[in-house]
Design a binder for this molecule. Structure first.
Ligand code: 5GP
Length: 352
């Protein structure tokens, strides 16, 4: 096999400090990293210790990091419950990396919806999080833009960020038009606020996995279709989509190459200071009017963000803390701009 040395990049899914690793042959030779860091693998000659450096680090000296296999094994030993779980999760190839995030045949056979939340926690815990292969990626001319996926707790200001970016540059950014089964209101037009369809058609589309997500509100269905994402991308725009974090893994396809941004709340003290006069719409399915934030909303937001981070943090490409809105927007805009012009790490391996 041709040497991949120096060409392989991985995203770390755990924090690593060689000083706390009893197994490493030489602590000084170790490379420390944090969950989410991108590492360039310089050598995989040793089955237990790989040589790696931080991506973009000009210093050519590589350090030792535990190999994927070694790290998986010792993690599994520490968490015996993993051993009793079926370890043959999804389609792994010999390299030990999951190469494909598309719907597996098994899913088709069992007729499990690609877009429903997989109930079994097994799916997540059986996957010992160590490293994930990533690829530096630059969009080619005539190629669609990538999908920007926004994740964050209710009230964190995700919709505000999205709205600001949209109005800042309508030519380059777009959002999906949701489908609904409720009747069209007089001031609405089909395909603008919503695509209005019948209940029967909606149910058929759900059966056929046409939705990324959907929900029911006052006896009507609402949902975001995969085709609505495609149609934004086909207009040569970056599609901005916010979803529940559990749907992110289903969006990780070669077609969408999603760049996942986690919008995180600041400390509770900063929330109190910055959201003093702001209002919250308490939940997506709650049509209730916006109300001033309460102390419970702040606590809930922070708790929910912590859960999202611990359960889905390995799927995030970037975290933006929405402390001051203007600052957060500047960061968000810069991320989306660089996504359009520069080489960015892509979590979905595309060179298959
Ligand atoms: P309305 O019928 O007043 O336009 O919206 C009613 C509710 O449907 C709102 O609370 C809104 O948040 C929700 N809704 C709108 N679009 C979607 C969607 O794409 N998916 C889901 N799950 N809910 C939606």
């Amino acid at each position: 096999t041709p040497s991949k040395e120096g060409k392989m990049f991985i995203k770390a899914l755990f924090d690593y400090d060689p000083n706390e690793d009893k197994a490493i042959p030489c602590k000084e030779a170790g490379l420390s990293f944090k969950k989410g860091d991108i590492l360039q693998i310089m050598s995989q000659d040793d089955a237990t210790w790989w040589q790696a450096k931080h991506e973009g680090d000009a210093n050519p000296r590589a350090g030792l990091v535990p190999s994927k296999h070694f790290q998986e094994r010792r993690l599994a030993l520490r968490r015996p419950e993993i051993l009793v779980q079926p370890l043959k999760v999804s389609n792994r190839k010999s390299s030990g990396f999951r190469r494909s995030f598309r719907l597996s045949r098994k899913d088709k056979k069992t007729n499990k919806s690609m877009y429903e939340c997989r109930k079994s926690d097994q799916y997540d815990t059986a996957d010992v999080p160590t490293y994930e292969e990533v690829t530096p990626y630059r969009r080619q001319m005539n190629e669609n833009y990538r999908l920007v996926v926004l994740v964050g707790p209710v009230g964190v200001g995700l919709n505000e960020l999205k709205r600001k970016l949209l109005i800042s540059d309508t030519q380059h950014y777009g959002v999906t038009v949701p489908h609904t089964t409720r009747p069209r209101r007089s001031q609405e037009s089909d395909g603008v606020e919503y695509v209005f369809i019948s209940k029967h058609l909606f149910e058929t589309d759900v059966q056929n996995n046409k939705f990324i997500e959907y929900g029911e509100y006052k006896n009507n269905y609402y949902g975001t279709s995969i085709d609505s994402v495609r149609s934004v991308l086909a207009k040569n725009k970056v599609c901005l989509l916010d979803v529940q974090p559990h749907t992110v893994k289903h969006l990780r396809t070669l077609e969408f190459k999603p760049y996942v941004i986690f919008i995180k709340p600041p400390s509770v003290e900063r929330l109190r200071e910055t959201r003093k006069n702001a209002k919250i719409i308490s939940s997506r399915d709650d049509q209730g009017a916006a109300k001033p934030f309460t102390e419970e909303d702040f606590q809930e937001m922070i708790k929910s963000a912590q859960i999202m981070e611990s359960q889905y943090g390995h799927l995030f490409d970037k975290t933006i803390v929405n402390d001051d809105l203007t600052m957060a927007f500047t960061l968000f805009q810069a991320q989306c701009l660089s996504l359009r012009s520069r080489v960015k790490i892509c979590t979905v391996p595309y060179s298959e």
